[in-house]
Design a binder for this molecule. Structure first.
Ligand SMILES: [Fe+2]
Length: 321
């Protein structure tokens, strides 16, 4: 039998060490949650990328990609930041859906977008433009997509949002094509309504991208593989998408745990290619830009190692073949 004064140090301190470890773990968890909910979810970042998809000799063009704003009328800091992006004076704005998170948010979103709506723009809607957010088990945000959709919640006034955006000249690309001339270059667009809800109608936009266009861009809210495959096959130079929130809660040194769709977690956000390993110029290869988005559901207002963002992409000439 060990006496306290003769007990080996490892035995004597084990319960205390465990207790201290648990307490430290709980403290770190609480601190992390406090940081994710109190700091990072409002710590907006502008990410910059270069996207070489213009014809040789073209001057660079700047595209602002915004997504997953998830706006409520009281989110003043987010409104101010979104409003400030107009100072970038982009040549084109691409918005990949989930603008709303509240029944009264349409005027708020349109007001915050006011300066950007002076620029040419294209957009699609996301599931959170159609349906009000609801309280769900937060663990579900960390699990793979279970196929259940939030379609029994009250509808949001997405028609007013459409009217507000198209009334200022932005092109609605939900299951349709569009075209714009920007900086003297002809842009051909195609988009789908939200694949996460199964609203995408690929047959409506199927077929080769306009061969007479200088630049071909496809847009989707959720980057499901069937949509990316179709647009890559049809020859689009780049696909813009959102929905993933970049994983929303990322592990340092590991990255995103989920994408909330069938896209792999390595491409949860940022500039990649589709198919993932295809080199530039390979048949069926396209650029894929996934925005980590600006917001989060009001019922899961946390982001960790995944700052809310918008992206300014500078379009440059393609590399010589
Ligand atoms: Fe979203």
């Amino acid at each position: 039998m060990w006496h306290a004064d003769t007990m080996p140090r490892t035995h004597r301190s084990l319960p205390a060490t465990l207790g201290r470890g648990l307490a430290a773990g709980a403290l770190a968890g609480a601190a992390g949650l406090g940081y994710a909910a109190g700091v990072e979810v409002r710590w907006f970042a502008l990410r910059r990328e270069e996207l070489p998809i213009l014809p040789a000799g073209s001057r660079p063009l700047r595209v602002l990609h915004i997504s997953d704003v998830h706006m409520t009328p009281t989110q003043r800091r987010k409104q101010a930041w979104l409003r400030s992006l107009a100072a970038l004076e982009p040549d084109l704005v691409v918005s990949t859906g989930d603008h709303l998170a509240h029944r009264q948010a349409v005027p708020t979103v349109l007001d915050a977008l006011d300066g950007l709506l002076d620029a040419p723009g294209v957009f699609v809607l996301g599931s959170n433009d159609y349906y009000a957010p609801t309280l769900r088990n937060p663990v579900r945000y960390l699990l793979p997509d279970d196929g259940r959709r939030n379609i029994h919640a009250p509808q949001l006034p997405w028609g007013s949002l459409l009217d507000g955006l198209t009334g200022r000249g932005w092109i609605n690309l939900d299951n349709t094509r569009g075209a714009l001339t920007i900086g003297g270059l002809r842009f051909a667009f195609a988009g789908v309504d939200d694949p996460h809800l199964g609203y995408d109608d690929l047959s409506a936009v199927a077929g080769p991208a306009d061969p007479d266009a200088d630049v071909r861009v496809a847009v989707s809210h959720a980057p499901y593989q069937r949509v990316l495959d179709a647009f890559a096959r049809d020859g689009y130079d780049a696909i813009f998408a959102g929905h993933t929130h970049g994983g929303q809660l990322r592990l340092p040194g590991y990255g995103a745990l989920v994408t909330n769709c069938d896209l792999d977690t390595r491409r949860a956000s940022g500039l990649h290619r589709h198919p993932a390993c295809s080199p530039p110029g390979a048949p069926g290869s396209t650029w894929l830009h996934v925005s980590a988005g600006m917001g989060a559901s009001p019922y899961a207002p946390v982001r960790f190692c995944c700052r809310p963002e918008a992206t300014l992409l500078t379009l440059t000439p393609r590399a010589a073949a």
